[in-house]
Design a binder for this molecule. Structure first.
Ligand code: C2E
Ligand code: CA
Ligand code: CA
Ligand code: CA
Length: 279
């Protein structure tokens, strides 16, 4: 049925726009990508702002397509979500990130957390909590070393269901973070209801200084609120020493960004970690 649909498109809709054609080419290349082992994870260090030690890593998906070459997540994650392909891809990401981090912890001889991005579609799967439990058991990664990054829109989609699920994940010992905090318009009510541990401030949150309140006062107020609610705050997209000092003064807990390090393949990350601890 799918083939017929594709042929129909080809023969009867010659006026398909270039954008639609590009999108379809991407989808066609994305479908077999997992089976062809075209995905890889890169890891970006997350640094404690007080000690400047690496305390965590964010796993970021990279796709090197045989047909299309390197495609950035910004270009393919949306399509993976729309088509539902994000579910098997996300399952692979979770397993790969947990397994690789478990081995990294062994080699480094200390606990390091890994953050994995979870899309709304994955969270909506009935078996998601079991999947997380199984992956932890299979890979041997301590639950406390796994953090799941969820977006506000995923969290508020079905609050009652999400709350029950997150409670189960919390019982496992997994940490829960709100990604891109401050970019949506979802309000803060969900913070009262959901067992969140971490807020990840989007880059734009720190950079915008065009309003009535200075960026510093705004960020500081959010950090204070987060701390009063026993949440820790991670700032992402830190590119300059000025921003780092700003975040330090605002009492932010952890930072991530090009200033410290770019996302890297695992072997490069390990070399970087070794150099960082020697120096
Ligand atoms: P995100 O979760 O907000 O990830 C942070 C993005 O900012 C990453 O882009 C990272 O490379 C980039 N970044 C890090 N430091 C800096 C910096 O100092 N300056 C700037 N300008 N950018 C910085 P990336 O890797 O291209 O990923 C883009 C988005 O794709 C992610 O945004 C996330 O929403 C999504 N994504 C990536 N991997 C996965 C995945 O495994 N699963 C899902 N569902 N989504 C993913
Ligand atoms: Ca993220
Ligand atoms: Ca983010
Ligand atoms: Ca983002």
């Amino acid at each position: 049925a799918k083939r017929a649909g594709r042929n129909r498109y080809r023969f009867f809709e010659p006026a398909m726009t270039l954008a639609a054609q590009a999108r379809m080419a991407l989808e066609m290349a994305l479908r077999p990508a997992l089976a062809r082992s075209e995905f890889e994870l890169h890891y970006q260090p997350r640094v404690d702002l007080r000690t400047m030690r690496v305390v965590g890593l964010e796993a970021l998906l990279r796709w090197n397509s045989a047909d299309l070459g390197r495609v950035s997540p910004g270009e393919f994650i949306g399509i993976a979500e729309e088509t539902g392909l994000i579910v098997p891809i996300g399952r692979w990401v979770l397993e790969e990130a947990c397994g690789q981090t478990r081995r990294l912890i062994e080699r480094q001889g200390r606990a390091i957390r890994v953050s994995v991005n979870v899309s709304a579609r994955q969270l909506a799967q009935a078996g998601f909590v079991d999947e997380v439990r199984d992956v932890l058991a299979r890979t041997g990664l301590p639950a406390a070393c796994l953090e799941l990054e969820l977006t506000e829109s995923a969290l508020i989609e079905d609050m009652a269901r999400t709350a029950a699920m997150l409670d189960e994940l919390r019982v496992l010992g997994v940490k829960l973070a709100v990604d891109d905090f401050g970019t949506g318009y979802s309000g803060l009510a969900y913070l009262r209801r959901l067992p969140i541990d971490i807020l990840k401030l989007d880059r734009s949150f720190v950079l915008q200084d065009d309003g009535r309140i200075s960026a510093f006062d705004f960020v500081k107020a959010f950090v204070d609120m987060a701390h009063a609610l026993r949440l820790s705050v991670v700032a992402e997209g830190v590119e300059t020493a000025d921003v780092l000092e700003f975040l330090r003064a605002a009492d932010c807990d952890e930072v991530q960004g090009y200033l410290m390090a770019r996302p890297m393949p695992l072997d490069a990350l390990e070399a970087w970690l070794d150099a960082a601890t020697e120096g």
